[in-house]
Design a protein around this ligand. Sequence first.
Ligand SMILES: [Cu+2]
Length: 130
Amino acid sequence: MKKLLIVLAMLSLVTVLTVACGSSGGAGSSSNSGTAVHMNSTNFTESSVTISKGSSINLINDAAVTHIISNGSWVNGSARPAVEPGAPMVNNLQFTATGESHPIAPFNTAGTYHLYCSVHQNMNLTVIVQ
Ligand SMILES: [Cu+2]
């Protein structure tokens, strides 16, 4: 009898998890929604984020300003677009509204990558993939 209860409990847990995943709207069954990285009105709220290989980040705009994100970085006040080998392509990903969020495709190769906002000088994000 105890065994049956455990089995029932596990089945209901699986059901809850399945429903939760189904409603998240993820593109792939194995992908998660990504590590949240927030942006305020002029910058990323953290300058770097560390994630595990194969996972993604989810950029979230916390301000009612436009951010346009691409591969690359600001160096000494100059925008330097650059798609680093192994980085997912991010090409003028635009945010315009508060609360708007966009996932970045999974980082499948370990390394250090850079994203920047072409609107805001020195708005840089380093993504460390381990
Ligand atoms: Cu910006």
